[in-house]
Write a protein that binds this ligand. Structure first.
Ligand code: FES
Length: 110
């Protein structure tokens, strides 16, 4: 089974973190397994926009973006050309190492 590295970068000044991801795992899975705060209100089924991230490197080898994902990205805060939903970025055989920027997380009550 193929494994790749995902480097997470943060907009709030936290140091970068690099973690190993196995085939079949999503960027959201890897973040949560490593205690990286990333919201996921719908539980990872492409039903919200809270797991929005920016793929800074490696985006061409990720699964293609679906219409539903595109719709939710449009509703995310500050969508950009390299925006994706982390739960939909599943590591596959051809995926290369990724660099993922986590936008500021806003938690309920703040
Ligand atoms: S967690 Fe809701 S779309 Fe990813």
């Amino acid at each position: 089974m193929k494994a790749i590295n995902i480097t997470f970068t943060f907009q709030d000044g936290q140091p970068d973190q690099t973690h190993v991801a196995a085939e079949g795992e999503s960027v959201l899975d890897v973040a949560l397994n490593n205690n990286i705060q990333l919201q996921h209100n719908c539980g990872g089924v492409c039903g919200c926009s809270t797991c929005h991230v920016y793929i800074e490197q490696g985006e061409n080898d990720l699964p293609e973006i679906s219409d539903a994902e595109e719709d939710f990205i449009d509703r995310a805060e500050n969508p950009r050309i390299n925006s994706r939903l982390a739960c939909q970025c599943v590591v596959q055989g051809g995926t290369s190492d990724l660099v993922v920027r986590i936008p500021p997380q806003h938690f309920l009550g703040h």
